[in-house]
Design a binder for this molecule. Structure first.
Ligand SMILES: Cc1cc2nc3c(=O)[nH]c(=O)nc-3n(C[C@H](O)[C@H](O)[C@H](O)COP(=O)(O)OP(=O)(O)OC[C@H]3O[C@@H](n4cnc5c(N)ncnc54)[C@H](O)[C@@H]3O)c2cc1C
Length: 532
């Protein structure tokens, strides 16, 4: 029997948190927040009373179009807290008129031709896992309609070059199908964001996603050899190369373009051999900053562990890898070529220099295993907390090491203060998800008391306080969640004005009718479609 995707929240409908698991979660929230909450269910899509579609495609494209309530509702939001609450409340921010489902580049080009000539906005949709409003069809009033351009039909691996270790893949393929196709070759892209199961290659490229590997090639940018994209002006294809000094990189123009410049249809991705040697350990530190000093030492050592994730004491406790008294650094090495035990030994010595104490060798796989299971289940648990009426959401940034401690303290204090003031009770936790020689990516989780009807407004206040603190402390508004519509007010302040001007000029050159994802990265001329 085929499984059904949830139209309102994360993943498979049948994997939602229910029964005993939901009761245990409510009891935990009662202990943490003083209120177990009250679970609500999402309405059926048919009960949403969606407005009738305002546009109809020409006959030749009719076969690609779908206008069912379920398809339109599912394609009208991503997976942020605001998206999920809006869906649960049956109050979607904006609704696409149609879902268009091309299955090749020519189909994408035909849809863009129609949209350009009929003044219809087109929002590229890969897996729909955006947490920043990237796929929400909030495009302003200047369009006759808006379609969601679902790219899941472009889902093939077209070529595997085992000599150079690269594959040509279509952009709509999701993580698991891609890895399944590469497995017989003993190769992997080695790029696994937490959303991997439901996110697409095109979405990764368009948002510059980061995988769960903590060092070295963490961003998808590093895995790209070449790309093919369809724009309203024609096809843009870069040459497949291992490296090139020929002027500004055409791939860099598309990476992070978030559907506002082009629709990515194919990419050549670099592959690596599947690792067979592994060694891992959990190291405990009395304080988060001592753990961060160890993470920095490891990051600057040239060891490049696959996992170097520092989790603060509260988050370690919530994820059952600690008792709340110590921060935990998960350190793991892997290789397809050679044993990595010596690397782990050296990594543990660096941790010991900063006061870290490693779990005994008999327990080495336990913490990593518990973390992995919690990590995969987390998005379902998150939806359940939201269904209970509380707040759980994350935000992330990156900062150089010299300013890390100040940013961590400032952001934790301001976000914690906002939670106390706005919600009355809650916690702000932090982990370092990625570690570079010159800095790190702090990732914050907020769990706060709320109630149905208040969640969105309360979260907006906490998020604004956190975002202001990040910018003031010199961080980026996003390390890997992208800009979308939700980060625009802070992205616009972070971005140099001349970069904004150059981006707008590129948009005018590629998308003269300005139909591609208006409001993401740039507003439509004369409109203000992003929140201020
Ligand atoms: C539970 C959860 C965990 C997450 N974990 C991570 C993580 O570990 N790392 C990380 O980086 N992100 C993470 N994210 C965010 C999100 O999964 C990423 O941004 C991901 O890359 C989006 O892929 P997608 O296919 O779902 O894109 P979508 O959500 O469909 O689209 C995202 C943006 O890209 C555009 N787009 C999509 N496909 C194309 C295309 N082919 N051509 C042009 N534009 C396109 C869209 O218009 C939109 O602006 C997480 C999200 C959730 C909900």
């Amino acid at each position: 029997m085929s499984r059904r995707r949830s139209w309102w929240g994360w993943g498979w409908e049948d994997a939602a948190v229910t029964g005993d698991e939901l009761e245990r979660l409510a009891a935990m929230l009662a202990a943490f927040l003083g209120d177990p909450g009250r679970s609500r269910d999402a309405p059926e899509p048919g009960a949403l009373r969606l407005p009738a579609p305002r546009v109809r495609p020409p006959g030749a494209l009719a076969g690609l179009a779908e206008a069912s309530d379920e398809a339109r509702a599912l394609h009208s939001h991503g997976q942020s807290l605001g998206d999920i609450v809006a869906a649960l409340e049956g109050d979607l921010d904006a609704v696409c008129d149609l879902v268009m489902r091309p299955t090749d580049g020519a189909g994408v080009a035909a849809v863009l031709d129609w949209c350009s000539s009929a003044n219809v906005a087109a929002v590229p949709f890969g897996g729909g896992t955006s947490v920043v409003g990237g796929v929400t069809p909030r495009v302003g009033d200047g369009y006759a309609g808006v379609v969601s351009l679902d790219l899941r039909g472009l889902d093939r691996v077209l070529e595997v070059d085992t000599v150079s270790r690269a594959a040509r893949v279509e952009a709509g393929i999701l993580g698991p199908a891609l890895e399944e196709a590469l497995r017989p070759h003993g190769l992997t892209v080695r790029h696994q964001p937490q959303s991997y199961e439901f996110a697409s290659v095109g979405g990764w490229l368009a948002t510059r996603s980061a995988g769960h590997h903590s060092t070295l090639h963490t961003h998808i940018d590093d895995r790209v050899e070449g790309m093919r994209a369809v724009t309203p002006r024609g096809t843009l294809e870069s040459r497949r190369l291992p490296g090139s000094g020929a002027g500004p990189s055409p791939d860099r123009l598309l990476l992070g373009s978030e559907g506002a410049l082009a629709v990515i249809t194919e990419a050549w991705l670099r592959l690596v051999a599947r690792p067979v040697h592994r060694a891992q350990a959990a190291v405990r530190f009395g304080g988060f900053t001592a753990g961060a000093a160890a993470a920095r030492a490891v990051g600057q050592s040239g060891l490049y562990p696959a996992t170097c994730r520092l989790i603060d004491a509260t988050e370690a406790m919530i994820n059952r890898i600690g008792d709340g008294s110590a921060s935990v650094l998960l350190l793991g090495f892997e290789s397809a070529d050679h044993p990595v035990d010596a690397d782990l030994t050296r990594g543990l010595e660096l941790c010991a220099d900063h006061g870290g104490s490693a779990d005994p060798p008999t327990a080495r796989d336990d913490a990593a295993g518990s973390w992995r299971s919690a990590f995969i289940r987390l998005p379902y648990v998150r939806d359940a907390v939201i269904r209970l009426g509380h707040i759980v959401e994350t935000f992330e940034t990156a900062i150089t090491w010299d300013r890390f401690e100040d940013l961590w303290r400032t952001v934790s204090d301001r976000a914690g203060g906002a939670v106390a003031e706005v919600c009355g009770a809650g916690v702000v936790t932090c982990r370092l998800t990625h570690v570079y020689p010159d800095g790190c990516a702090p990732y914050f989780t907020v769990i706060a008391r709320s109630r149905h009807g208040d969640q969105r407004a309360q979260w907006a206040q906490v998020k604004a306080a956190a975002s202001e603190a990040i910018l003031a402390a010199g961080g980026t508004i996003t390390h890997h969640h992208a800009v979308g519509r939700d980060h625009r007010p802070w992205y616009d302040r972070q971005r140099p004005q001349l970069t904004a001007d150059a981006l707008a000029a590129a948009k005018r050159a590629l998308d003269p009718a300005w139909i591609l994802n208006p409001g993401v990265l740039l507003d439509a001329p004369g409109s203000q479609s992003s929140p201020t």
